[in-house]
Design a protein around this ligand. Structure first.
Ligand SMILES: *Cc1c(COP(=O)(O)O)cnc(C)c1O
Length: 380
């Protein structure tokens, strides 16, 4: 079976973990956490970064930093992972879902503006598949109404919008290093803070509501409880693993891009007749090769294709289920139908993509898909 994903060990992960353990300081904000912070600040010129235990935690920190309360409204896509909105629901905020474009899973900026009210306190956008949302359009709306933007860049490491690193454009950016992402540490995340005014409080929230970070910098004589917070910082063992991956980011990214391109070249023409489409990447965005997906013509076709691949030893998977229709939120959701989000719920299928996937395996998967499409023609 060709798996959907396979975490990749570049080589120095265990060396760095051993080194972290040997120093005797394996709690948060140790040597490797600081190496990772410097890496992100140097490579992407982010104003301030804080490693977290997950992207979910980084989103929760953003929700706390924005002081979201009961009845505040947050606009977000419905076609996304639960954490994108759960972080805000946890504060009691109401999620106002906006639809995707009809030809792309991204949130459609034209849908956002219609949903803004005096209660709107944040707009969350997701750079799906590591491809940028239309950030100029989104920031134009956000600036017009003075609403902070959170970029859920969980999948978007090393992605750019018109030359700007994803995660650096909104008020906050959040990244994930979960083992299913491009750069991994098992679980892990990063909060990027682009507005200076949130930096000091972010450090406090991340350290259980204490001013421990200022204390260690010698800025205060003792530290204590100054705000709400939680334990959002990862162990230095996690950072040690991550640092080994970051050192190899160019190697990892170039292999992923080669795999993505191979799929793309092989499938773009052959699937037109079957009404199956390949991913679109707008001119304003780079492609970080997080994901290669196809959009089928309907649910039946997708189910049959996934089954056909499975029968032939390939694990392909569908993706998000519209959150406005979820068990948890359907009774709370009072907005419009979101047909495009529902369409991707039913039709999108993701193909295996991981560092060690071989060219021959990619070719084999493409052949299977082409065979499937021609057998479909025979039967119809
Ligand atoms: C993976 C992912 C998350 C969650 O990341 P964790 O690090 O597992 O918390 C959030 N949003 C999106 C869009 C994701 O793909």
């Amino acid at each position: 079976m060709i798996p959907f994903n396979k975490p990749y060990l570049h080589g120095r992960e265990l060396v760095y973990i051993a080194q972290a353990v040997a120093t005797g300081k394996i709690s948060g904000d140790g040597y490797f956490t600081s190496k990772c912070h410097s890496f992100f600040e140097a490579r992407y010129h982010f104003k301030k970064v804080l490693m977290t235990t997950s992207c979910t935690d980084a989103l929760e920190m953003a929700a706390i930093l924005l002081d979201l309360q009961q009845d505040d409204e947050v606009i977000a896509p419905s076609y996304t992972f639960v954490s994108t909105v759960n972080a805000f629901a946890l504060r009691g905020a109401k999620v106002i879902f906006a639809d995707s474009y009809n030809d792309h899973p991204h949130i459609d900026p034209a849908q956002i503006e219609k949903l803004i009210t005096s209660k709107t306190k944040a707009i969350v956008v997701v750079h799906y598949a590591g491809v940028a949302c239309d950030m100029d359009a989104i920031m134009r709306i956000a600036n017009k109404y003075n609403i902070p933007v959170i970029e859920d860049a969980a999948q978007a490491i090393d992605g750019y919008y018109k030359g700007k690193p994803l995660g650096s454009i909104g008020t906050f950016g959040t990244f994930s290093f979960h083992e299913t992402k491009n750069i991994i540490s098992g679980e892990g995340g990063l909060l990027v803070i682009n507005d200076e005014k949130y930096i000091c409080r972010a450090e406090i929230i991340r350290e259980k509501g204490t001013n421990r970070s200022s204390f260690f910098r010698g800025e205060v004589a003792k530290y204590g409880w100054v705000d709400i917070g939680s334990s959002f910082l990862p162990s230095d063992i996690i950072a040690a693993y991550l640092y080994a991956q970051l050192e190899n980011i160019d190697v990892i990214q170039s292999r992923r891009k080669a795999i993505w391109q191979r799929y793309y070249e092989s499938l773009s023409d052959s699937l037109v007749g079957a009404e199956i489409s390949v991913p679109k990447v707008a001119d304003y965005s780079t492609n970080n090769a997080h994901m290669f997906y196809l959009v089928c013509k309907n649910l039946e076709q997708r189910t049959a294709l996934i089954q056909y691949l499975k029968d032939n030893g390939v694990h392909a998977v569908f993706h998000y289920q519209s959150l406005h229709a979820s068990e948890f939120y359907q009774n709370k959701y009072s907005g419009h139908d979101l047909p495009n989000s529902d369409h991707f719920t039913d039709t999108l299928v993701r193909l295996p993509l991981f560092y060690e996937l071989q060219d021959e395996q990619v070719d084999h998967i493409c052949d299977l898909i082409t065979n499937y499409v021609s057998s479909e023609n025979v039967h119809s």
